[in-house]
Write a protein that binds this ligand. Structure first.
Ligand SMILES: [Zn+2]
Ligand SMILES: [Zn+2]
Length: 346
């Protein structure tokens, strides 16, 4: 099959031929119909992810059609239209038994721990607990855009933040994660304040439901600005970028007993950011993470999409070929693209 492969970190990947994957007894092979290009792929390519072993095929946000099925798989057959959360689970550890597959002790992450979906086919383990059936009405490009940013944001806003109608939600960073979170928080009835440094992203945030915006370059104190807009602070606040400054601001703009959800990854030099811990104690703040979303929670998100409350297709940007994914991956750190870039031609 064709695949995008790199043999050393930071060196240009190449489009090449590799052997077709075969399914594990408990797994499937999926013919990839669409795969998103994500900043996490860029982090992996430059060498920030210790799980990656070389040579490597990136890609973790994908949708496709089941091509081959292992003997032990009970729920899936050839031809099923599916996607997979970016954290696939083992099914046997205590976290999996408790329903928390997104923090499985033995995670299988296509594109990180194993070869991913920048290829014609991808092999997925433990198919019965990791595959998600796609509604017939959902196109592959939109489905591919769910697995990482959108699902993680859904979990951050709904399951971790427990956002409810009428609450104020602050979203720091209006890239793919942030815009997803704004759409989801708006859909559950919250009032959203969007924060970014770029006016075009803030106008996109307004178009997706934000009721107020803060350009961080134009106020002296971002947290103060959010506390004023929300008359006392946000009930739930997300760092959707993954940066020490946005993390600090997100915690600092909470009202008492508010929840900060860290969604943006902290990698490289940013793994241990400063946290206003004294404020956290005095105001009884909560700090939560959001690490993907379990396959069994996709139903709630898909139902909101089918009913028209969520429209992730609005966040899909350019559609490109597998050959073009190499440039897209290498340029991922430049923040230039609007919407998720998705490979739809293999
Ligand atoms: Zn597990
Ligand atoms: Zn991703």
């Amino acid at each position: 099959m064709k695949a995008v492969l790199y043999e050393s970190f930071g060196a240009p990947p190449r489009l090449t031929q590799v052997p077709d994957p075969t399914p594990e007894p408990h797994g499937v092979v999926i013919k990839v119909m669409a795969t998103g290009v994500c900043r996490s792929d860029w982090h992996g390519w430059v060498g920030h992810d210790p799980d990656i072993q070389l040579p490597h095929v990136p890609g973790h946000e994908f949708s496709g059609v089941v091509e081959a099925v292992g003997k032990q798989v009970q729920k899936w057959k050839v031809g099923d239209r599916v996607t997979v959360p970016f954290v696939a689970a083992c099914g046997h550890c205590p976290e999996c038994h408790a329903g928390h597959q997104q923090v499985c002790d033995h995670q299988f992450q296509p594109g990180f721990t194993h070869w991913g979906s920048f290829a014609e086919y991808v092999a997925i383990h433990q198919a019965d607990i990791n595959l998600v059936a796609l509604p017939e009405t959902l196109d592959f490009a939109t489905a591919a855009s769910l697995g990482c940013r959108f699902a993680t944001s859904f979990r951050a806003v709904v399951d971790q933040g427990k956002t409810s109608a009428g609450q104020w939600v602050a979203v720091h960073g209006c890239g793919g994660v942030g815009l997803s979170a704004i759409m989801i928080a708006n859909a559950v009835g919250a009032n959203v304040v969007a924060i970014d440094i770029a006016d075009d992203k803030l106008s996109m945030a307004r178009a997706l439901g934000a009721v107020a915006t803060v350009n961080a370059t134009q106020v002296a104190d971002v947290a103060q600005a959010v506390r004023e807009i929300t008359r006392g602070g946000a009930h739930v606040s997300l760092d959707a970028l993954g940066h020490p400054t946005t993390c600090f601001n997100s915690i600092s703009n909470l009202r008492k007993r508010g929840k900060h959800v860290q969604v943006g990854l902290m990698l490289g030099d940013h793994t241990t950011p400063a946290v206003p811990m004294s404020r956290m104690i005095a105001h009884e703040l909560e700090i939560l993470g959001s690490h993907g979303m379990q396959a069994h929670r996709y139903g709630a998100m898909l139902a909101m999409m089918e009913s028209g409350k969520l429209s992730p297709e609005k966040l899909v940007g350019e559609k490109i070929s597998l050959a073009q994914s190499i440039d897209a991956l290498m340029n991922m750190d430049r923040f230039a693209v609007a919407g998720a870039t998705v490979v739809t031609e293999f």
